[in-house]
Design a protein around this ligand. Sequence first.
Ligand code: GL7
Length: 799
Amino acid sequence: MKLTKKQFKQDFEKRLSTKFAIDIEKAGPQEKLAALSSVVKAYYSKIWQEDNEYKYESKKKQAYYFSVEFLPGKMLKSNLLNLGILDTVREGLADLGIELDSIARLEPDMAIGNGGLGRLASCFMDSAASTGIPLNGNGIRYSYGLFKQKIVDGYQVELPDAWLSNGNPWEVRRSDKAFEVTFGGEVWLEDDGTGKLRPKYRNQERVLAVPYDTPMVGFENTTVNNMCLWKSEVPKDLDLQFQNLDYMRQTAMLSAELYPDNSNYDGRLLRLKQEYFFVSAGLQRLIKHYVSTIQRPITHLADYVSVHINDTHPALCVPELMRILIDEYDIAWERAWNITVKVMSYTNHTILSEALEKWPEEMVKSLLPRIYQIILEIDRRRTAELLPKVGAKLVHSTRIIKDGQVHMANLSIIGSHSTNGVAKLHSDLLKDVELHDFYLIYPERFNNKTNGIADRRWSQIANERLSTVLDETVGKAWRHNLNELKLLEAHKNDTNTLERLQAAKFDDKLRLADYIKENNGITVDPNAIFDVQVKRLHAYKRQLLNVLHILKLYFDIKDQPDIDVYPRVFIFGAKAAPGYHYAKSIIKAINEIANMINNDPDVGNKLKVVFIANYNVSKAEIIIPAANVGEQISLASKEASGTSNMKFMLNGALTIGTLDGANIEIFEAAGKGNFFKFGLDKDEVYEYYRNGNYNARDIYEQNPVVHRILDAFVDGTIPNISAEGPEIFESLTTYNDEYFVLRDFNDYVRAQKDLETLYKDRTAWTKASLMNIANVGKFSSDRTIKEYADAIWHVEEKK
Ligand code: GL7
């Protein structure tokens, strides 16, 4: 949009006055933030309205992304950037004596997601808007987002994230578009007098779902999509008569809290309720919209609407759409089923079996009686139809209801026309191993969509210094199309470019060093290698392997005080699920090891270890630009894709990584020599599984380096881990090291050595860094979302 500095200043001052009855001199920072956000909202509102009208009129097909998590982070700067007014507003504020960043920093992170899966959903929302793809988000407006992490005595402490306490300037409450969602009670079928069986209900619990719309502003275009988040409330007519506090409490609970775990679902009733809540409300809204604005017969739904099931949490979309079509629109079963399968598509995000949702049949039956009937019928009809075609074995292994449980992945695959994995390796594993039986039955449904990142946030917003160097080297086209960075390759021998890349990186490291000084009280040398591992804490991601290597370096320095090691700062950021004991023990160990090393005078600046508390999107925006090295060291086959790996690449960090998830594609894109590869590959891992011949204890017994490092966990060398040390020690020795940490240790140390050697040659290192940036184009989520739009949803970009 067009905006002059003068106009902006007027608008801003006026808003302060109309909103808070205050002038700039007297306004506090929160007031400035609120006024600024409000002005920005007014700037995009017109575009939003016009785009909505365009969508109504053109009646083009739209896609709906159902996701129980979104992780947008802060929105102010992203909205400013996308509106094309970031610089104007920054300068206007500066004229008024206000520094944009000091205000922008105060916005709470919108963190209604746990990690990669939720962040991907937000990258997709950003990219869809920015490429003109009509994609609507649908989720839950949790009053409390992902917990805030504090570190106390080395332990993770979880604090509530009351992100809405100062209000949310971006959302619009749409009370007129509320729907009821019902739970429990009894249901039976009754002849309606025409011979048709219709469901009758008694004693149902009713909940009102109120939508809050948050606009997703496209990058320098005319698209503004919508992310709809549902809040649970007591229906108005029950408000007064109901004195049942329990019911009130339960209703409020429904959208109160994000389930704080990203892979261990313990089958809580509330979670299942949340899932049905946003699925039912979302489908009701989109069907009503379809009927009232598209005005085509409901049987044509699939030509106008595509619904995406993001992981299995929204799998109830399948039976809920069936319910609506059959019970509310009188569509015959067969026809309703064909429509449903055409409308639905599903992404699988993990092969970890504990994350594949299953619900006890009894729970589904009592909480969602009508939905349960429909699932039973889907299962029954499918079994009858497939038995003669594919045989009992395949039918049984892929059934939705088995062993007293409802299998949500099975429901998602069976009830949709497309199932995709999130990186080549992951999609192959789904076809060949994890979902092989489904693949045999429905081969045409399986496909891959390698993840991507909303590159504008991770470069133009998070790393303005690097962005400027890129502009000056290859022009600005990359800001719209990340593939344009390929032009950078032509500059790889250009000393001036390399020096400028180094200077930008150094500035970003200084910024992080300041942050660390201020928040951790640790002084780090910006000339050291900044080696970063930031992601959720999980055994399969193997933060422990990183830790063992740090201990190796520590003992090397202790043994030979004048050893030649290049100074390194190891930086961690990781939240552990509150109930994940082992992960919390690793956090404690990292913090105690950090204390031991950082305070050891024999070590000096050679080695520092920093744990940055409360890792989230905003922290990532400070940390990742400053990284020289990104650690992507999960056991091969376990990380479906990973997406921080792509953010590191974009910011010119070199990856040390296993051949897992999207690392493989990053390695192929960056080229040999520009990526430090180590460890078992997935075939070797599966070979161990087949043979059952891994023996971690042997490695401990036979490798003196490993022996000494592991002993440090139990012999008092690392202080204050008398409970955690043995737990970690035993996980590796007694319990045979589930994720092959010890098996990969030597090769990891070797790769770390190679990395250090390359870093000492600053020119060679920076060239390798440049090659990473130049080849990151594929990992823009603009590419990913276009693939979804073309091949799965069949929705068109706005021209
Ligand atoms: C995840 C995967 O673990 C991660 O590798 C992937 O990048 C992400 C997005 O596809 O999805 N699956 C999952 O359950 N969580 C993830 O982050 C929580």
